[in-house]
Design a protein. Structure first.
Length: 235
C-alpha cells in the first residue's frame, strides 16, 4: 500500500543542519485505521478501505458496515489499492513509519479552502476599474464580457464572478522532511491543500517511482508481525 489518509494539523517551521528555516505542514496519521480488506478471490481486486477520526452521524448501512469489521465509525471511507501479500488486516492501526521515510517524495491530494461567491478581483486577480473621479460605483466590476451583435453571446470560459475554492487539488513531489514516531506525525515541506482538520490523501510520488518498482512497506509490516509472533511464542 502506497497511499494513506491523514488530518492536516497546521504549519510550523523547523531548522535544517545549516540553521535555515524550513516551512513544513504537519499531517496526523495517528487515527488512521483499516476497515475492510478486499481480495482478488472474493472481490475481484486487492484493496483496503481506510478511515480516520470519529463520525458524528452515521446512517444505518454505513454503521452496520463498520460493525461487521468491529471498527469505530470514522469520517468517510477511502479505498486504496494494495499488493496481494501486504499483510494488512481489518482494524489495524496505521504507523506512518511503515509506509514513508524521510527524504521520500509524495503526492498530497485534498480539497482547497472554500471562499464562497467571490468577485473577479479576488478570484482572477483582475485590476479593477479606476477609483478616481468620474467613475461610478463599478470599481471592482469585471467590465465587458462580450461583443455586440456578433457573435451575440458570451464565450464559454469567460472569467466572471462565482464560487471560489473547495476544489480537489493535488500537490506533486512534496518531500517528507520529518516523521514523529511517537505521535505518528508526518512533516512535509511547503503547504498542503485545505484548512486545518481537513482529510488529505498521501501517496508515493507518481512521477518519482521507486527504482525497482516494488512496495517495500509490505515487507516492513510482515516483519513487524512476525517479530510480535516470535515474542509471544517465547513468552
Amino acid at each position: 500500500m502506497n497511499t494513506l489518509i491523514a488530518k492536516k494539523v497546521g504549519m510550523t517551521q523547523i531548522f535544517d543542519d545549516n540553521s535555515a528555516a524550513l516551512g513544513v505542514t504537519v499531517l496526523d496519521v495517528s487515527d488512521c485505521r483499516i476497515v475492510q480488506v478486499k481480495s482478488e478471490d472474493k472481490d475481484g481486486y486487492d484493496a483496503v478501505q481506510l478511515t480516520i477520526g470519529t463520525a458524528k452521524n452515521v446512517n444505518k448501512p454505513i454503521s452496520e458496515h463498520y460493525k461487521k469489521y468491529n471498527v469505530e465509525p470514522g469520517q468517510g471511507l477511502y479505498e486504496v489499492p494494495i499488493d496481494p501479500d501486504s499483510g494488512l488486516e481489518s482494524g489495524m492501526r496505521i504507523n506512518v513509519i511503515d509506509f514513508f521515510e524521510i527524504g521520500q517524495k509524495v503526492d498530497i491530494t485534498g480539497y482547497s479552502k472554500g471562499h464562497g461567491f467571490t468577485g473577479v478581483m479576488k478570484r482572477y486577480n483582475f485590476k479593477g476599474q479606476k477609483a478616481s473621479h468620474g467613475v461610478h460605483k463599478v470599481h471592482r466590476a469585471g467590465g465587458s464580457i462580450g461583443n455586440a451583435s456578433y457573435p451575440g453571446h458570451v464565450f464559454k470560459g469567460q472569467k466572471m464572478a462565482g464560487r471560489m475554492g473547495n476544489e480537489k487539488k493535488t500537490i506533486q513531489s512534496v518531500t517528507v522532511v520529518g516523521i514523529d514516531e511517537e505521535k505518528n506525525y508526518l512533516l512535509v515541506n511547503g503547504s498542503v491543500p485545505g484548512k486545518k482538520g481537513n482529510i488529505v490523501q498521501i501517496r508515493s510520488a507518481i512521477k518519482l517511482p521507486s527504482s525497482d518498482g516494488s512496495n517495500a512497506t509490505s515487507g516492513k509490516i510482515i516483519e513487524r508481525s512476525e517479530a510480535k509472533t516470535s515474542v509471544s511464542e517465547e513468552e
